[in-house]
Design a binder for this molecule. Sequence first.
Ligand SMILES: [Ca+2]
Ligand SMILES: [Ca+2]
Ligand SMILES: [Ca+2]
Ligand SMILES: [Ca+2]
Length: 395
Amino acid sequence: MRTLITFLLLIGPLYAQTPNFKIQVVDNQIAIGYGLAVGDVDGDRKPDILMADQKEFVWYRNPGKAGDAWKRHVMAANLTPQDNVCIAARDIDGDGRVEVAVGAGWNPSETNDTTKSGAVFYLIRPKDPTQTWEPVRLHHEITTHRMRWARVGNNQYQLIVVPLHGLGNKNGEGRGVRVLAYEPPKDVRKPWKRMMVDSALHMTHNFEIWEDAGETRMLIGSKEGGKQVAYRNGRWMPVDRWIGAGNGMGEVRRGFQGDRKVPFVASVEPMHGNKLVVYKNGPIADAPNQLMYGVQQTLTEQLSQGHALVCADFLKLGSDQVAVGWRNPNADKKVGVRLFVPDNTLQTWKEYPLDDSVMMACEDLQAADLDNDGDLDLIASGRATLNVLIYWNQR
Ligand SMILES: [Ca+2]
Ligand SMILES: [Ca+2]
Ligand SMILES: [Ca+2]
Ligand SMILES: [Ca+2]
């Protein structure tokens, strides 16, 4: 008996650190799963999955039981002649149900004619959220691409929209991308006030928002690298030093090391690139007294069109792990999602496949505890594989 207990004590920590995820296929007939969001749509306190599919914006209702079917409901369809591209969902009025905004008119090669490129809508929820939602068209910049709700004060939210290109851009050159913040008015059909977040970057493919000591900050991944902006005294302004200045970034996400107080940044480089890179604390070459994001480490170069990134503590290690997805077959003819697990000091990382039993040409990834069992699960949408998968965390 004593031998057995000793044995269990020995293998216990090993088990705790080995990822174990099991796939559930939510949908295997999507068109292009451009973007995902997670939030409670129907107010039953179970997080649902929202998706910008090629022509439809849809949500999948959380059935509340692992293995049960997630029913697909169409919120809006064919809002523009072009494809949809993004969706943002967050409860901004505190009633326990998400408010939803979407982006469409996806036409990245058209950077001159705003009537043929880009579109932003707020969706007004119907009484029954399984019915279609009423689109309210808002101002848009050319090549609308990514959006999120940001909390910028007590009960104060903005919709942040990051286009891919600036007006008239060619090959990522020309005027800067106009990143805008939209303030929802009481009557959402009335005009929305807008303010400029940033207008100096190019090829702004994705971004991250967080709150730090009462301040809302944003990290924008761009051709020029990772630029930080903060919301101060009612406006957005650039702060601090860049993260990976000069390194073209596609995806950017922020994670935490050790005691969860020390942030690090993960990025896919370049845009639609092959590299997963981590920036962590350490001396910065040109400013030895600065200790922010000075050390850069490449975790893999085996991605092909890396397009999805999440930093979260799936395994309850204290330090976040990095989940990355790519959408084109790599040198090993593989697409998929990998989890990179660090040691406590973020010196060494181990790469683990998730469940590879179903192919995932990954376009987007989200993390959420979908079954409320205390661990984070992963949701992925696949482009060439036409599917939405849940990776249930089995830890
Ligand atoms: Ca729900
Ligand atoms: Ca709400
Ligand atoms: Ca869970
Ligand atoms: Ca679980």
